[in-house]
Design a protein around this ligand. Structure first.
Ligand code: NAP
Length: 265
């Protein structure tokens, strides 16, 4: 059995997922880097994790291609993680996609809706179910005291913010927000704690196409903290949750958004 804590991070090849993988590596975790199709980016993330890991750390890093919208891929992802590391201490549901084309609500297509729901909602729901089933069985062998596994799901400010040019994305994230209370309630009996991180505007490939527009909005005060978020900002929040910093909290939402969610007058 692996001695360092083991994290399974979905969509870790690029962007926020990569930032999470790097911060976990820096904190001494082994990381399973999942990706959909960009093997080169996943390998690059693995090399960066190796560099980031503490010198004396026993942590190791693996990449696994798996499309989370597909049941067979989710099964292979969990089985491979358990085969390579022997356990999962942290599941980070990060992978997600934006619509290929931003379209007004009245022009939105079923095709885009189905794609976003399959990747952003169905994928994490059933991946979490699969990992939860494993934990419920494994719990019989856990020592009476000690750290318990955790789940962190990366949703979005779009879970509660209406953007009429990407309604499909908003509804996928609003529904995803229910995952955390559901699994927090179901898994509390075995000590598994479940959290949601709600990122704001983070500089990644996903926000590349709207960079100029968001630059202007940020400068004019859209977020009280007037800067873009970085993947590292989200990664550091995940490490805080993973490192037993909140032992009597579950089902919590952590906003990593520069204060976007604040109402001001
Ligand atoms: P990104 O830069 O586009 O990266 C997306 C990641 O997800 C990549 O690793 C990609 O793998 C993976 N992925 C895509 N489809 C997948 C699938 N079907 N199965 C498995 N992996 C898949 O996106 P990001 O900005 O980092 O976003 C990460 C998460 O944060 C998403 O859930 C997003 O909705 C959320 N979020 C982002 C922002 C933001 O401002 N960027 C704000 C709030 C929330 P490949 O490299 O192989 O394509």
């Amino acid at each position: 059995m692996h001695t360092s804590p083991v994290a399974l991070v979905t969509g870790a090849s690029r962007g926020i997922g990569r930032g999470i993988a790097l911060e976990l590596a820096r904190a001494g975790h082994s990381v399973l880097i999942n990706y959909a199709g960009n093997a080169a980016a996943a390998e690059e993330c693995r090399a960066l994790c190796r560099q980031a890991a503490p010198a004396q750390s026993s942590a190791s890093f693996e990449t696994v291609q798996a499309d989370l919208s597909k049941e067979a891929d989710r099964q292979r992802l969990v089985e491979t993680t358990l085969c390579r590391f022997g356990k999962i201490d942290l599941l980070v549901n990060n992978a997600g996609v934006a619509p290929d084309r931003r379209a007004d609500l009245l022009e939105a297509t079923e095709e885009s809706f189905d794609r976003l729901i399959a990747i952003n909602l169905k994928g994490p729901f059933f991946l979490t179910q699969r990992v939860a089933r494993h934990w419920l069985k494994a719990a019989e062998t856990w020592p009476a005291r000690g750290a318990r596994p955790k789940i962190v799901t990366i949703s979005s400010i779009s879970a509660y913010t209406a953007s009429v040019n990407r309604g499909d994305y908003c509804v996928s994230k609003a529904a995803l927000a229910m995952l955390t209370p559901l699994f927090a309630a179901r898994l509390a009996e075995v000590g598994v704690r479940v959290y949601e991180i709600r990122p704001g505007i983070i500089a990644t490939d996903m926000t590349g196409p709207v960079k100029e527009r968001y630059d202007k909005l940020i400068v004019s005060g859209l977020t009280p903290i007037r800067r873009w978020g970085a993947p590292e900002d989200v990664g550091r929040a995940v490490v805080a949750l993973a490192n037993e910093a909140f032992p009597f909290s579950t089902g919590e939402v952590i906003n990593v958004d520069g204060g976007f969610h604040l109402r001001t007058l």
